[in-house]
Design a protein around this ligand. Structure first.
Ligand SMILES: Cc1ncc(COP(=O)(O)O)c(C=O)c1O
Length: 388
């Protein structure tokens, strides 16, 4: 391997949400952080070098998106996801959650209904609530260790919803939805006049042999009735740069969104975002391949460790990304007792399952994007807490 993912990098003292935020949230600093979804790996050298080169110029004036921002995104989507996107379909957004919040304000009114499929990345419903929208919760079904959409239920729940916020691939379940599943979602949402916001931030972390299908690519219904949100932030570990983009195929939807974004200058990116995105997408393939191999290794390691040492804790094996939803229901603890076990006995900071909605009860979310020695340490602490 050309890149070293075993390297331990001290992140404390950098105002890291994952590391320095433990003290703020738990009021103590003796917990190993395995929560916030960024990686403990070094951001790739070609991204750092591109930023360094730009810094070396010495003038940080107003800057528009470089040509490479457009071309590298279009080329990446073509190479990585066989998706043909043209430059006018792209809108800069300063982070995916902010992009969703802008889109909610653009396409819905207060009290409109927004559907989310729980357990799901919590800002989907928190932001909707904070903006005064009503949230319709439609639970996924856990079937043979993987989340599935119960389409009868989905069809019933989506009636009257202005928007569905889809997590594709899914966080925290790690599901990579199939083209067929997405086509069914698109057909139902077209019938119910529900616009789809597809959050595809984890797309580039899809683990072989699974294949990511951009929602808007699966059918005409999907293409004409959606906005897609993507970013290099998760895959290349640069979420601190707030560098994301929306892709809108339908011209009317795009014009409406762009008018909203331009009115508030919300689509004005910053120069580090443009530079870093272009570098990641231009030079990132080899690094990403090696990083995904390392993540697969960490997932295999976790699976073997749990089966051999902590049999009552099962894991939902992710088909994408570095987040593992641990099924702890066999421990027969309340959620508070489960939290106490992880914090007080295991000295670990994870996301508690109910953060992602009521169906997350009995689960904990583990972030495995760290050197394997750190992961091993975390799992040993968990084993000692539960089995001894
Ligand atoms: C599904 C999903 N969307 C969005 C985000 C956050 O994206 P951003 O930091 O660009 O708002 C995350 C981070 O964990 C995520 O898992």
């Amino acid at each position: 391997m050309k890149y070293n993912f075993d390297e331990i990098i001290e992140r404390r003292g950098t105002d890291s949400v994952k590391w320095d935020g433990v003290k703020k949230l738990w009021g103590r600093d003796d917990l190993l952080p395995m929560w916030v979804a960024d990686m403990d790996f070094r951001t790739p050298p070609f991204v750092i070098e591109a930023l360094q080169k730009r810094l070396d110029h010495g003038v940080l004036g107003y800057t528009f998106a470089c040509e490479e921002w457009y071309t590298s995104i279009c080329s990446w989507l073509h190479r990585r996801h066989q998706w043909e996107v043209s430059r006018e379909m792209l809108t800069f957004v300063p982070g995916i959650v902010r992009g969703l919040a802008y889109a909610l304000q653009c396409f819905t009114m207060p009290a409109d209904k927004v559907m989310v499929m729980t357990p799901v990345y919590h800002p989907f419903f928190l932001v909707s609530q904070h903006l005064g929208r009503e949230v319709a919760y439609s639970p996924l079904e856990l079937h043979e260790g993987q989340y599935q959409i119960d389409f009868k239920r989905f069809e019933k729940d989506v009636q009257g919803c202005k928007v569905l916020i889809l997590c594709n691939p899914h966080n925290p379940g790690g599901r990579v939805w199939t083209a067929d599943e997405l086509r069914q979602v698109a057909a139902i949402c077209k019938e119910s006049h529900t616009l789809v916001f597809s959050d595809e931030i984890h797309a580039d972390l899809t683990l072989p042999p699974y294949k990511h299908h951009p929602f808007a690519s699966v059918s005409i219904d999907a293409a004409q009735n959606s906005l897609t949100f993507m970013a290099p932030s998760k895959a290349f570990n640069m979420p601190g740069l707030g560098s994301s983009y929306a892709i809108t195929l339908n011209e009317n939807i795009r014009n409406r969104f762009n008018s909203f974004m331009e009115a508030g200058e919300f689509n004005e990116g910053h120069l580090f975002a443009y530079t870093a995105t272009a570098a990641a997408y231009t030079y990132g393939e080899e690094w990403l391949g090696q990083m995904l191999d390392y993540l697969q290794g960490n997932i295999d390691f976790t699976e073997r460790f749990l089966a051999a040492n902590i049999p009552p804790v099962k894991m939902i094996r992710p088909q994408a990304s570095f987040l593992i939803f641990l099924d702890c229901r066999e421990l027969h603890l309340t959620q508070n007792e489960l939290n106490d076990l992880f914090v007080d006995k295991a000295h670990l900071a994870l996301n508690t399952g109910t953060t992602f909605g009521a169906p997350g009860e009995g689960f904990m979310r583990l972030n495995i994007a760290c050197p394997r020695t750190v992961l091993e340490q975390a799992l040993k602490q968990l084993c000692n807490a539960i089995m001894h």
